[in-house]
Design a protein around this ligand. Structure first.
Ligand code: BDR
Length: 313
């Protein structure tokens, strides 16, 4: 069955890979719209980057909406140190000729969920959760209309990547994450514990480039750029490829392992600000609010990504 998706994203090279996995599986996904999010880079860049990626893939039929320019609390933390000054460094992509929609991203989320039958739409989050949380604050009744939220968010066993305890997407907007995590909506998260298994080794990037298509080559160039930071940081044979874990989980859940547990977001300003505290051993009686994916099969993951990429121009 085809899943209707609203994508929340802040491209970002790994978000580009996630988007191309989604676009490369049209039998599985129907993208209703993309909400550009402030995260890896400022909103003005993430909107442009969404448009550029759609143009490269010849999918300008998909509308792009600008979301909020900053998180629900505090100032925006960005990750140019990983993704480059445009957020999508690597290939030289032309300036977009298409334009974003006039409607605000939060209004798009609310309107689309209100118009659709309950349980029809999945939220695919590749970024901080700001715009979904804002929509839930403005129109709480939409929560019960969402089929599920599948998000790249959090870390526990692998600890943090932007602070020693916090994962970037949650750290940028912990208040938003807390709202979504406590909303009662079915929620699956793909944390660093699984994304750190999915290493973009030279062979895997070479296979993308060898597709010879413009999306395949651009994808390899993007990931070659963004991996340099992680290669130095971790000293692994490849960098973790975070974003595509979200669509891969929806396409091939059997290649992942996880369990239903409670995950709470630490909001106290201090060493653990933005940490996702995962009750993996069910030590507390806190409500099980998250399907927490802890592991996955890297070969199957990269095969899937390559299959999807190979269908794009
Ligand atoms: C997340 O942080 C961002 O920099 C990546 O694009 C990914 O969404 C991983 O923690």
């Amino acid at each position: 069955m085809t899943r209707k998706l609203i994508i929340l994203t802040d491209p970002g090279q790994d978000q580009a890979a996630a988007l191309y996995m989604i676009l490369g599986a049209p039998q599985a996904f129907d993208v209703l719209g993309i909400v550009a999010t402030a995260g890896n880079i400022d909103l003005s860049y993430t909107t442009d980057n969404c448009l550029k990626l759609l143009e490269l893939a010849e999918r300008t039929d998909i509308p792009v909406f600008a979301g909020c320019p900053r998180p629900m609390s505090g100032t925006l933390v960005t990750a140019e140190h990983v993704h480059g000054p445009t957020g999508l460094d690597g290939p030289d992509l032309p300036d977009p000729v298409t334009r974003i929609e006039e409607e605000h991203g939060v209004q798009f989320i609310i309107r689309t969920l209100r118009e659709a039958p309950p349980g029809d739409i999945t939220i695919c989050s590749l970024s901080p959760l700001t715009n979904l949380a804002m929509a839930l604050v403005e129109a709480p009744e939409i929560g019960s209309r969402i089929k599920e939220v599948v998000a790249m968010a959090g870390a526990y066993f692998e600890v943090g990547n932007i602070t020693p305890t916090a994962e970037f997407n949650v750290y940028v907007d912990p208040v938003a994450a807390d709202i979504v995590f406590r909303s009662g909506i079915a929620l699956t998260i793909l944390p660093l514990d699984v994304t750190h298994r999915m290493l973009s080794t030279p062979d895997r990037l070479g296979a993308m480039r060898a597709l010879g298509s413009r999306c395949g080559i651009a994808m390899a160039e993007m990931l070659e750029f963004s991996e340099s930071f992680d290669l130095k940081k971790y000293g692994w044979e490849g960098a973790p490829l975070h974003g595509p874990c979200v669509p891969a989980f929806m396409l091939r859940p059997e290649i992942f392992e996880g369990r239903h547990i409670n995950v709470s977001v630490a909001l106290d300003k201090g060493l653990t600000y933005g940490m996702t505290v995962a009750d993996w051993w069910c030590i507390t009686d806190r409500e099980k609010n998250v399907f927490y994916v802890r592991d996955g099969a890297p070969e199957a993951y990269y095969t899937l990504l390559l299959e999807c990429l190979s269908t794009l121009p």
